[in-house]
Design a protein around this ligand. Sequence first.
Ligand code: COA
Length: 531
Amino acid sequence: MSLIKTKINPQSESYQRNYLLMKEKVIELEQTMQKSLFQGEEKYLERNKKTGKLLARERIELLLDLDSPFLELLPLAGIGGDGFGVGGTLVGGIGFVSNRLCILTANVGTIKGGSIDYPTLQKNLRISEIALENELPTINMVESAGANLPDQAKIFNYGGTIFREITRRSQKGIPTISIVFGNSTAGGAYVPGMSDYTIMVKDQAKVFLAGPPLVKMATNEVVDDEALGGADMHSRISGVSDYLAVDEKDGIRIAREIMSFLNSPEKEKVRQKIIEPLYDSEEILGLVSADVRIPFDARELIARVVDGSHFSEFKSNYGSTLVTGYAVINGYQIGIVANNGVLFSEAANKGTQFIQLCNQNNIPLLFLQNITGFMVGKKYEEEGIIKHGAKMINAVSNSTVPAITIIIGASYGAGNYAMCGRAFKPRFLFSYPNSKIAVMGPEQLSGVMEIIQRDAAQKAAVVYDEEKGTFIKQKITSEADKQSNAYYASGQLWDDGVIDPRETRNYLKLCLEVIHNTEIKGADGYGVFRM
Ligand code: COA
């Protein structure tokens, strides 16, 4: 390599003249850039402040790592046009969040309700192109009245690309997180709707296809905006929201936490610092029910197994009989799926979604089985409990990240299948000594047999022999009980060992070491989900 010898003479007249001209241009640029900082008229800024809301740029600043730069993209989009102004109603750029490079966008809700004019749409599409080409996760900070209605003809057709691209990135393992701070109406509702993770801020986020006035016009239904599309409703009932944030800062904190669990490029993969659980593993003996008929909270067990007892719970208010979330064990990330009661449709859908997310991010799965099965009855059959359970079984079957299953209580019926039982090939499967594994509990099994035999006797017009019936029932109960016992199961090789519950963390530590011997690669696709 040789040194370039400069021929520039800073004292020359041509240099000096050019310098002044260029300086003027730079000052002009600085002044123009100022216009892109406009965040709305005084009345809207005032209104925003009164309601305790942050502005778009303040949200970005809080979301970024403290020492992160922010490479702002397309700040002058729309300049000289007849849209909503310089930069449109979206601020977007690249920066670090939880040490991950990602795209950050924020709707400027204080200009025209954050509605999207034509340049803003174009800006949005270009940013999403950058996200795809460079495989950057995206965090959207959402507060938008959807399409700029007077401009709708120009926006409508290509507007759909925003939603198409979110899901295409997801398919390629590039996730999108949306934090909804305010209104997200009509087309805008599909931004959180299509995202991999959605956080909604309590009392602020309002997400619906049509607001109360349009609903009244369309169907004559009278409903307020909170009941129609509030954060609480979407977190508890519809499941459109995965996390309910108590306020804006909490929403930003949750997004940062999710980002810390997302799949990182190979070069960034570092094992995290190991922190022992805060609680004593001895307490596991007191909290896991010896009698599988007595429920216990799986989170109590998780707290005694995972690093620092820290658990980032996913969809905690929805489908609450299944606990899902991320944790770290011995420095390794893991996605946990644990039963906290019978499986309802919502819980099955939540499990399906979470298993897919772990595959998207190449995170191994830990199933903690304590399941009496899927909910039975007319109401549940009508709502399609079979197809919802089938979706979860589909997700487990086609999941390609390694799984570890521990039977910590009951393992009955299709619950065993959906929770990655032996037939679903977890890399390791262990049982606690209290556990029971069977098609159903012994009392239910013998009770069903009794009903069948009574019906058969009635059909054959013979008298049901009570004494013989009681004898058979007792025999079936005791046989089923014996065959569902953990030791019987282990003898049949239905598990890889019965373990002391206090040793759970130690078993998992070693299994995770083993699992990480091979590349962990999530599924690219699944069988067709029955909807
Ligand atoms: N297109 C164009 N302008 C819109 C707009 C839209 N979709 N939504 C709101 N605006 C404008 C308002 O006309 C007002 O303009 P102004 O500053 O010139 O007076 C400004 O945005 C603020 O509106 P405001 O209603 O006060 O905001 P808000 O934050 O209180 O309420 C909404 C926001 C979203 C609840 C409400 O504006 C709304 O329902 N908008 C229509 C949403 C819709 O149906 N969109 C269809 C998208 S496909």
